[in-house]
Design a protein around this ligand. Structure first.
Ligand SMILES: C[S@@+](CC[C@H](N)C(=O)[O-])C[C@H]1O[C@@H](n2cnc3c(N)ncnc32)[C@H](O)[C@@H]1O
Length: 201
């Protein structure tokens, strides 16, 4: 995909997601919350960790991340209304209005990066993962997840105007991430949970 095409898609996404703040700012059913806790646990956060939540939306992961006592939580999104909601609810979180592809945090400064329920929305996945790999410290983890699983994403693809791609197979993720120095250490593709964890060497 050409960089201009990826930019155009990100612009389209931000326009739409700005209108969806209340849709994403809802209490999740208990079984979904249980899977979100599993997703956050997979990063094995330690107290004092620096954590980045990419495509944070209304911040569904933030209180779960905060329960691990990180030193810093950064929330990135292309949609400024999502970030405003996160700021209002969690003032300690540092919000970053950016596409993950161009988010300019320091290299090797982050312990864990979450991309929950948003990986399919990223237009330029190689550039996004490359930037994530650059920002991660050695031993840091990239967690790509969806708490409703692959079939849910594919159904959204068929019914929504948003840019959404299917979630990658393990082989496709390995082919993308290994050249970036990220080894896939866990992969779960279950009816109601998609979870890939990659660790930087
Ligand atoms: C489906 S929502 C999911 C929000 C949240 N992570 C959750 O699990 O509820 C996807 C979010 O990703 C954001 N997003 C989409 N593409 C992005 C990109 N390239 N960089 C940063 N954020 C992006 C959208 O604006 C939207 O807020």
């Amino acid at each position: 995909m050409l960089p201009e095409e990826a930019k155009a898609i990100a612009g389209y996404q931000l326009h739409h997601f700005n209108e969806l703040v209340d849709v994403f700012d809802r209490l999740q059913p208990l079984e979904v919350m249980a899977r979100l806790w599993e997703i956050v646990a997979s990063a094995e956060l330690h107290p004092g960790a620096v954590v980045l939540d990419v495509g944070t939306g209304a911040g569904v992961l933030i209180p779960l991340i905060q329960s691990y006592q990180p030193s810093t939580v950064l929330a990135c999104d292309v949609a400024e209304k999502m970030l405003q909601r996160v700021h209002d609810k969690y003032p300690a979180v540092r919000t970053c209005h950016a596409d993950i592809v161009s988010l300019a945090l320091a290299s090797t400064s982050i312990d864990a990066i979450f991309m929950n329920g948003m990986y399919g929305n990223i237009a330029d996945k190689p550039a996004a993962c490359g930037n994530a790999a650059r920002m991660l410290r050695s031993g840091g983890r990239l967690v790509v997840s969806h708490p409703e699983g692959r079939a849910f994403v594919d159904q959204l693809r068929a019914t929504s105007d948003l840019f959404i791609e299917s979630l990658p197979t393990k082989e496709a993720f390995e082919a993308l991430l290994e050249p970036l120095g990220l080894g896939v250490i866990a992969y779960r593709d279950e009816p109601k949970l998609y979870l890939t964890v990659a660790q930087k060497s």
